[in-house]
Design a protein around this ligand. Structure first.
Ligand SMILES: Nc1ncnc2c1ncn2[C@@H]1O[C@H](COP(=O)(O)OP(=O)(O)OP(=O)(O)O)[C@@H](O)[C@H]1O
Ligand SMILES: [Mg+2]
Length: 328
């Protein structure tokens, strides 16, 4: 609704990952290059991790766009809560193979034959697993077995594992150490710094048609606030900026002012993030232990004070404590 008012041809801050809007920070460039190089050079396993909303799926889409133009077939899994058999069925189906009524070993055979026959024709085959942090360890083990398809100097199936930082932790686990050793390339996406956030916002506005108006629409101080509240996470930057444009339009303002960003950050409760509660095995044991430690510290302080004011020896002070209960 604000597009005509701000002379924009399209919405600049959609949250769907659209390669058209790629802003190539150094990290995003390096990560995309690693994905591309890994596939092109048949490196086998490539892993990319990054916090929620930092652009992983966007980069996968950019890669698939680059690969589409060439002799590459890929299966793209984004529903990672599958059992091993469902997973194999899914990827075989995505490669266009017949999966009807096949059991696990038949599926593996079908997939192997497919990958080998493509290799013989000098074609590349890629498996992309997005949201890989959700993938069960048994499925990751199946994936590792698929990488056993290899010649002496290259892998026949290229596998990209993409996920949130929990994926790194998962890959560190002892049961997945064989998989971890097979990773050829790894990259990590990070939130944007202030300069990158500035470039990011202007680039999106310009691609949407704002041209030289972008600095008027989002002045420097406004971007400082966007960066502060979004912590440089692109998805949050988009949400804040999209809502800021709507508010600025409602106020018929030609510029998004810093106070608009403050209002939106408060509405979206951007400063509020609850850590997950750690439940100990024995109820609230941890909280009890912490309270007990605090009580002991207060008691200790109290006894110290008592001792220094009366010059009494430690044992006598302790006796005094029972008469004068400290307020805890
Ligand atoms: N470098 C970038 N250039 C342009 N847009 C970006 C960039 N990085 C992220 N975005 C945008 O941020 C939003 C979130 O990106 P994306 O969905 O790829 O994040 P993600 O890392 O896959 O998140 P999740 O962990 O939730 O799956 C999208 O709108 C995407 O287009
Ligand atoms: Mg994603």
């Amino acid at each position: 609704m604000y597009k005509a008012f701000y002379n924009l041809k399209r919405n600049p801050f959609e949250i769907t990952p659209d390669p058209f809007f790629l802003f190539p920070t150094r990290r995003h460039n390096e990560a995309l290059a690693a994905l591309y190089y890994g596939v092109r050079r048949h490196k086998g396993f490539v892993v990319m991790t990054g916090e929620v909303g930092t652009g992983k799926t966007l980069l996968v889409r950019c890669l698939l766009q680059l690969l589409n133009q060439s002799d590459v077939a890929y299966a793209y899994v984004f529903n990672s809560r599958l059992s091993p058999v469902e997973f194999l069925q899914y990827i075989a189906g995505d490669f266009g193979l017949n999966v009807a009524g096949k059991n696990k070993s038949e599926l593996l055979l079908t997939l192997s034959n497919y990958v080998i026959s493509r290799h013989q024709k000098k074609l590349t085959t890629v498996l992309v697993v997005d949201e890989a942090h959700h993938v069960a360890s048994e499925v990751l083990e199946e994936i590792r077995l698929l990488t056993n398809l290899e010649t002496t100097n290259e892998k026949l199936l290229q596998i990209l594992l993409v996920g949130q930082p929990e994926l790194d932790e998962k890959l560190d686990s002892i049961e997945l150490r064989q998989l971890k050793q097979r990773i050829a390339l790894r990259s990590q996406l990070l939130p944007l710094n202030l300069d990158e956030t500035t470039g990011y916002i202007h680039r999106r506005l310009q691609l949407a048609g704002a041209n030289s108006n972008s600095a008027l629409l989002f002045p420097g101080e406004t971007i400082v606030r966007v960066h502060r509240h979004s912590r440089g996470i692109p998805r949050l930057i988009n949400t804040v900026c999209e809502n800021a444009l709507i508010t600025a339009y409602a106020r018929q303002s030609r510029s998004v002012t810093p106070d608009i960003i403050e209002d939106i950050a408060a509405d979206f409760r951007l400063g509020v993030v609850h850590e997950p509660k750690v439940e100990s095995a024995n109820g609230n044991e941890e909280g009890d232990a912490r309270r007990a430690a605090k009580t002991l510290l207060l008691l200790h302080d109290y006894l110290q004070k008592l001792q220094s004011s009366h010059g009494e020896p430690r044992a006598a002070a302790a006796t005094g404590a029972s008469k004068h209960e400290p307020y805890i």
